[in-house]
Design a binder for this molecule. Structure first.
Ligand code: MN
Length: 725
């Protein structure tokens, strides 16, 4: 017992802290309390209370979550820098580096909260994410701060201000709490905001709950007792309880599923907490053996946890009195994680030092994985009312750096946003660990790794799909320089060849002499004009030898047309025109046998020795083999005018081993406008055949039509694109 008489709030706080952390530095907590009290001085809350009661209340919320001493002290000090003359230097001197960094984080979050009316929300959110990723305890303090402010919201006089704070709570803070798995904080935040925003509905739900409670009598207690007895008989030690759902979750369910609540059991979730995972499944077995399960109601979040780490088994059964009851089954640890989320992790890992780098970073990484997982991140952004930020996508580098881009941005935009040099040397990209074409649009939460090659130069085709000004202007600049030197080289070659064909020798000094006549400044400009097709080579020859009959009038094709033709001829090995963008003239193209790419699909080119290019679908497994050889990657796409060509799609079919089934196959393919050009049976039994069929089609859509027609036949059991694995 301390001899000094302690204030009630402080002694309760210390008691809670010591309960969970017996060797907590309580002297430092007392020091923080005195510090906050002194510096907040005579400041008052809207309630009329001394201001420092607020930080103590915030600290109490966190102590109840079993958080560590540093978090508690951060909570006590969280408003001192923002609202008093205290500086971070003061805090660092008095309480050390860890706490001053945490207070700094909370202060930053508070600042952007205050700006939220006049700054762009998206920018705020970005900063918010960065702040969170530095140390999750910052966010936990901020959430507790918000909870206490919401609990005391009714003291604020202006209704508009109350509504704004409640909206922000509902749209930003409650979803964040959910995201990091702190169910308890989320529930309270939502309920408090709901009460402010929809007072009438809140009241009517409360009234309904009271009515159900009084009319339902002892039904909940009876069910709890029944469940307990059933489990004890089976030898399972379980803690069983019936918990009322929150008014907000009831309201939402009513709104979304259009359900009404008639019995008390409709709004109670029964919970059995057992010792370990094995007992969870045993309990489930016993409950299902004792009561009828409602079909389709069973969910196993133990084997498939939610993204925020939530684990539990949910099931609905017809209970003792033939009422539908919802039961959640979980272990003690799962329960703590469900209620406290990341806060529980802190509690479970107590005794380890948090400020050591490794541990701290593991936390960051864990949060990042949550955000990185694309579908869940998408959900996150939806839940968080991210429609507000729909003009932006937030992506991460492999090291966790956040890159904000306009919506529609591609890996190329990302690469240029990271650094100009990264953009210029970019040849491919991995998003969330998978290789994707450079033109793919990025999604919120994507982790993007840029594959680079020193020999790569920005491709003119990139300009068609990038959306950021930076990427576009850099590409243009490079392409201009690059193209000019290509045109010069090409123009020079053209002229040398022409002169040779005419039995002449080309001398640059002769060309220099006719420059004024051809209205060119210097010889490079002349070459470039010829290379680009702006000036005909015959014109140049005529300028040098005005009296000569020129033999090359037969072909009046512009250089560009010639290039195109050249490309078609060269690549026509398969007697197909290969309309692919991004491939230089003269390069042979093969279609990979592993994935059989079709027009319309995303594709990637791989350069083979001898300059031939193999085209793979962008999701082909084979591409993994080339990850370490980025110089071999080429970004390619189908040209739009590919209707004339024919491509081969390989299908894997299984069909009935019966008379006429092969006929059906051939007819169906023909009717759908396809043509079978090869067929191989890979497996045969008395029941069915399995075969590979190569079908000539126009493009991927056409193949899909053929497949759909085949699936409609009863003799054909299954049809899929064949992918070699
Ligand atoms: Mn505060």
């Amino acid at each position: 017992m301390t001899s000094v008489k302690m204030e009630e709030g402080l002694s309760r706080l210390i008691e809670t802290l010591k309960k969970h952390h017996p060797d907590a530095d309580t002297a430092l907590v007392e020091k923080a309390h005195a510090f906050a009290k002194k510096h907040h001085g005579t400041q008052l809350r809207a309630s009329g209370d001394p201001y420092y009661h607020h930080p103590i209340a915030v600290a109490q919320i966190l102590a109840d979550f079993k958080l560590d001493t540093s978090t508690i002290i951060t909570a006590i000090l969280h408003d001192t820098v923002e609202d008093t003359d205290v500086t971070f230097e003061d805090i660092e001197r008095e309480f050390g580096k860890e706490i001053s960094k945490l207070v700094d984080g909370v202060t930053k979050l508070t600042k952007l909260e205050l700006q939220s009316e006049d700054t762009k929300q998206a920018e705020n959110f970005r900063k918010l994410l960065i702040a969170i990723s530095e140390d999750l305890r910052v966010l936990l303090v901020k959430l507790a701060d918000r909870i206490h402010n919401m609990r005391t919201l009714h003291f604020i006089a202006k209704p508009e201000k109350r509504a704004r704070i409640a909206h922000e709570t509902m749209e930003i803070f409650a979803p964040l709490a959910e995201r990091i798995g702190v169910q308890k904080m989320k529930d309270e935040l939502q309920d408090l905001a709901f009460r402010e925003l929809h007072g009438e509905e809140y009241k009517s739900i409360i009234n309904r709950l009271e009515y159900l409670r009084s009319s339902g009598g002892k039904v909940v207690d009876k069910i709890v007792a029944d469940l307990k007895e059933t489990l004890i008989k089976a030898g399972i030690k379980a803690y069983v309880s019936g918990r009322e759902k929150t008014p907000y979750s009831i309201w939402r369910k009513m709104g979304m599923k259009n359900v009404s609540f008639e019995q008390l059991t409709d709004i109670i979730a029964f919970r059995t907490i057992v010792d370990n995972i094995e007992d969870c499944y045993k309990t489930l077995g016993i409950i299902h053996a004792t009561y009828h399960n409602v079909p389709g109601s069973f969910k196993d979040f133990i084997s498939l946890p939610k993204e925020n780490g939530y684990r539990s088994i949910h099931t609905v059964v017809m209970g003792p009195d033939h009422q539908r009851i919802e039961i959640q089954i979980r272990s003690k640890e799962m329960h703590d994680i469900a209620e406290f989320g990341v806060a529980a992790h802190w509690a479970y890992k107590q005794g380890q030092q948090f400020n050591t780098d490794g541990k701290q970073y593991r936390w960051v990484r864990e949060l990042m994985t949550i955000i990185e997982q694309a579908p869940s991140a998408e959900e996150f952004f939806e839940h968080t009312k991210m429609e507000m930020y729909h003009d932006q996508v937030f992506c991460f580098t492999p090291k966790g750096r956040l890159i904000a881009l306009p919506r529609g941005a591609t890996p190329v935009d990302f690469a240029f946003a990271v650094h100009s040099e990264v953009g210029r040397t970019c040849v491919g990209a991995k998003v969330n660990g998978r290789i994707i074409p450079l033109r793919t649009q990025l999604n919120n939460g994507d982790q993007v790794e840029i594959i680079r090659s020193k020999s790569q130069k920005p491709s003119p085709t990139w300009e068609k799909f990038v959306v950021t000004g930076k990427a576009r202007s850099e590409i243009r600049r490079y392409v201009r320089v690059e193209q000019k030197s290509e045109y010069i080289q090409l123009g020079k070659n053209i002229l040398v060849k022409l002169f040779k064909e005419e039995g002449l020798e080309m001398h640059e000094k002769d060309l220099v002499q006719v420059l004024p006549l051809l209205e060119k400044q210097d010889i490079e400009e002349l070459y470039a004009a010829v290379g680009e097709g702006l000036m005909s080579k015959a014109e140049v020859l005529k300028a040098v030898y005005p009296d000569r009959e020129v033999a090359t009038k037969r072909k009046k094709l512009s250089i560009l047309n010639r290039l195109k033709r050249h490309k078609e001829e060269e690549s026509g090995e398969k007697k197909l025109s290969i309309p692919i963008r991004g491939i230089a003239p003269g390069m042979a193209v093969h279609f990979a046998g592993c994935c059989h790419p079709l027009p319309g699909e995303s594709i990637v080119g791989i350069v083979n020795t001898g300059k031939a290019i193999t085209i793979h679908t962008a999701d082909c497994h084979e591409l993994e083999r080339y990850v370490d050889e980025p110089e071999r990657w080429i970004d390619v796409a189908w040209e739009d005018d590919s209707n004339s060509a024919v491509f081969v799609g390989r299908l894997k079919l299984s069909l009935a081993h019966e008379t006429g089934s092969l006929g059906t196959l051939a007819n169906t393919v023909a009717k759908a406008g396809g043509n079978i050009n090869n067929l191989r049976i890979v497996y045969r039994s008395t029941e069915f055949y399995e075969m590979l069929v190569d079908v000539e089609v126009k493009d991927v859509k056409h193949l899909a039509n053929v497949m759909a027609s085949l699936r409609a036949k009863s003799a054909i059991y299954s049809v899929e694109r064949y992918v070699k694995t």
